[in-house]
Design a protein around this ligand. Structure first.
Ligand code: TXA
Ligand code: MG
Length: 318
């Protein structure tokens, strides 16, 4: 259930105007190269609390801090470990989040009680201008209602959060469409907590001993957010091989890279796996607007961004 917050949501395409709301303790949706984020000043506990309220996000799900300058790392992380520095040199700015031990200045509400903080420096020029104008690190989860597909357009943010946040910084559709890769760099073996826009192969080209985190359910959860339900349109999501789709039920949609044989009310054939990743969350929302009941998603090989895409599709289908 969505309780009413009744905040006036300003729309602007000026990074400077949007940043003004952050400087005054507000919450602002802004574009990055991955998905739109919902940001607030990391050091303002009251503002950070508003993020959780607006999204109806469970309090045990930590936020990522976004920076525009390397010097801001010192405000957030106690130390930058060797593996972290290598990843930063290779992938900042870009769709990578490194998890490090946090400083005392970072309020625990931002990290959901953890002693660590995820940090990322977005590559998007608009994000960079916005973050510079905020002149503080900005914590931001994806700017959707909790559980919904991540927003890749400002209109998708509006759909979920109009009346719940202070401002939306309007920009084009995000270029990647899937979230950043999250790597825990606090222990000896770097651990990929969430697959994302930077592939496991790319991470291992820098850190050959990096491991992919497997949630066995037994040990303490390293990334609590992974446990929550995710990326779900209202329609049911099925993973499928395109060739076996001759008898899809009536109100169905398809997204993939090969054309299926059956009839579909909505169909999206993508040029490549990268375009599939770019389009998928917006397609889920399109299906909901059209009242589609079932979405069939083509299974693709789990290499490159295909691994992150399959991870999101599996979670959406759960
Ligand atoms: O591309 C992205 O990462 C986007 C844009 C806006 O930057 N943000 C995003 O945030 O996807 P969110 O909150 O939807 O997902 C953050 C993920 C969650 O799975 C969370 O559990 C994990 O990162 N995470 C954040 N801080 C962490 C920490 N200190 N330790 C472990 N996992 C953490
Ligand atoms: Mg999210």
């Amino acid at each position: 259930m969505r309780e009413n917050l009744r905040v006036k949501t300003h729309l602007t395409s000026s990074p400077e105007q949007a940043a003004e709301f952050v400087r005054k303790g507000g919450v602002v949706a802004f574009p990055t190269e991955t998905v739109y984020g919902l940001g607030a000043d990391v050091f303002d506990e009251n503002a950070v609390k508003k993020i959780f309220e607006a999204k109806m996000r469970p309090a045990d799900n930590p936020l990522i801090a976004h920076i525009s300058e390397h010097s801001q790392l010192r405000q957030l992380a106690l130390e930058v470990t060797g593996p972290a520095q290598k990843l930063i040199d290779a992938f900042f700015p870009g769709p990578l989040t490194v998890v490090l031990k946090k400083t005392g200045a970072v309020p625990t509400i931002a990290t959901a009680g953890l002693e660590t903080i995820g940090v990322r420096m977005p590559k998007s020029a608009t994000a960079h201008e916005f973050l510079q104008a905020c002149s503080t690190p900005v914590v931001a989860p994806s700017a959707n209602l909790s559980g919904r597909p991540s927003p890749t357009t400002w209109e998708a943010v509006f759909e979920d959060l109009d009346g719940r946040i202070d401002c939306i910084l309007q920009d084009d559709q995000t270029v990647i469409g899937l979230e950043s890769t999250v790597v825990d760099c606090t222990s000896d073996v770097p651990l990929v907590l969430r697959l994302g826009a930077i592939s496991l192969e790319e991470i291992r080209s820098i850190l050959p001993d990096a491991e992919l985190y497997q949630d066995t359910g037994s040990d303490a959860v390293r990334s609590p957010g992974l446990r929550h339900s995710h990326y779900s349109p209202r329609a049911r999501v099925y993973l499928t091989d395109s060739l076996s789709l001759k008898q899809a039920p009536h109100d169905s949609a398809f997204i993939g890279i090969n054309a299926p044989e059956g009839e579909f009310r909505l169909k999206r054939i993508c040029e490549s796996v990268a375009w599939y990743a770019h389009d998928v969350f917006e397609f889920f929302r399109e299906c909901d607007r059209a009242g589609i009941a079932n979405i069939y998603c083509e299974i693709i090989p789990e290499s490159g961004i295909g691994a992150a895409l399959m991870d999101r599709l599996r979670r959406a289908a759960e």
